[in-house]
Design a protein around this ligand. Structure first.
Ligand code: PEP
Length: 252
């Protein structure tokens, strides 16, 4: 049985002080929830502050990106050992905003996730089609290409350590959620594809989150789908009551 995983992507929001207020409130709201893996991904500058607050709680710390080298002359980058040292457990890799604005490709996603795995961080790898690709009936082709490129040369054991997030780009931050049926169709396709790229045990094991305008109102119908194992939440993760409501509604 795959455990539900709900992750909050705070993007470029919250100073360390604001992050502390948010996560203190969240901690109280989700105190007794054991059946869901809860992850918060603040900006790098708030990781240290949030790490202290979530220590020994049921909330895991995540980062929003990681560089593939451990150290060296790479101005502005942050490495996996640096994140580990701060208590980070998860790292978002290949978010569509990184692909769109910062030149992320499937190849760089592959390098980042290798670095994450090497240092014992769990990658949350984002894939998904944009509106033009969906309208041109290219969704499955795009997903296939992203999976083949991002997960190139991984063993089954490595793949089993990864969490995927299917995030149709047209649904991110737009208020236009994929219908549960639309999301399930792609999740089922991804699982089937993993069964071809890896073994069937791996395909059944890997958790696939949905992301794109998830709210307390729509999460239950999404999570009820057989291949949806959680959510990556942007906007609704910036307020403790809405993120906590999503976590509570996701308890299957
Ligand atoms: C995201 O940032 O991954 C995301 C899904 O954002 P939102 O929930 O705001 O659409």
């Amino acid at each position: 049985m795959r455990k539900i995983i709900i992750a909050g992507n705070w993007k470029l929001n919250k100073t360390p002080r604001e992050a502390a207020v948010l996560v203190e409130e969240l901690k109280r709201e989700v105190l007794d929830i054991e059946s869901v893996d809860i992850v918060v991904c603040p900006p790098f500058t708030a990781l240290d502050e949030v790490s202290d607050i979530v220590l020994d709680t049921n909330i895991f710390l995540g980062a929003q990106n990681v560089y593939w080298q451990d150290n060296g002359a790479f101005t502005g980058e942050v490495s996996a050992p640096m994140l580990k040292d701060l208590g980070v457990k998860y790292v978002i890799i290949g978010h569509s905003e990184r692909r769109q604005y910062f030149g992320e490709t499937d190849e760089t996603v592959n390098k980042r996730l290798r670095a994450a795995l090497t240092h014992g961080l769990t990658p949350l790898v984002c894939i998904g089609e944009n509106l033009a690709e969906r309208e041109a009936n290219k969704t499955f082709d795009v997903i296939r290409q992203q999976c083949q490129g991002s997960f190139a040369n991984l063993t089954d054991q490595e793949m089993q350590k990864i969490v995927l997030a299917y995030e149709p780009v047209w649904a991110i931050g737009t208020g236009k959620t994929a219908t549960p049926a639309q999301a399930q169709e792609v999740h089922a396709f991804i699982r089937q594809l993993l069964g071809k790229l890896f073994n069937s045990q791996t395909a059944q094991w890997v958790r696939i989150q949905y992301g794109g305008s998830v709210t307390p109102e729509n999460i239950a119908a999404l999570i009820a789908q057989p291949d949806i194992d959680g959510a990556l939440v942007g906007g609704a993760s910036l307020k403790a009551p809405s993120f906590a409501a999503i976590v509570k509604a996701a308890k299957k």
